[in-house]
Ligand binder design. Sequence first.
Ligand SMILES: *Cc1c(COP(=O)(O)O)cnc(C)c1O
Length: 232
Amino acid sequence: MPDSENRGLAARLEAIRAQLPPSCRLLAVSKGHPAAAIRAAVAAGQRSFGESRLQEAMAKQDALADLGPLDWHFIGRLQANKARGVLRRFGTIHSLDSVALAQRLARIAAEEERSPAVLFQVKFRPDPAKTGFEPEALRARWQELSALPALRPVGLMTIAPMGLEAAERRALFQECAALAAELGLPERSMGMSGDWPEAVTAGSTWVRLGSSLFGDRPSQNLAIPDVGRYSG
Ligand SMILES: *Cc1c(COP(=O)(O)O)cnc(C)c1O
């Protein structure tokens, strides 16, 4: 990256960090952006990165091996056949969206002797574009889910559907925070580039920011569906 772009990224990181309360951390969503962008963010003090596709993430992780361990979070739709790879490469998974996936992850995590931090993805409004637990379904299966071996349930993740007003988004994020409290989970992964201020107001502990840090994702990276506003 040219120096001027690196300085812009460093300034954006600093400006956003300055607006986050101490209880909220910044996950830099680097999907769709090259390893060089991550390298520049690391130089500016960022250690936690979000990726949503295993193959893409692995190539970047390998290219950045000289930086030592970074804090990798998987935030995309997790296909069953990618579970093992994701467990090997990511310490935190934000997108645990079904009982079947949770059971599979628990089994493979035990085999791999890993104990990933997991966040359950919850859908608080009908949204055909997104996966996730309905709040009632999560409550109904919670005893079983929270007792699965190897997984460390730490929180909930949610994505606000497009087209909501700011006040509606705030209400949705507050519902997510309330459900996390009810289940005894400390982490609330809420807020993206377009809505993170409302999520922070509602008690987010991880904002997941991509385009507001790194700029728009190049369009060829949108070809493969993933979780989020830019899916498909
Ligand atoms: C892509 C993505 C983000 C980041 O989106 P921006 O709007 O670019 O900040 C956050 N969370 C999830 C789950 C995503 O897929």
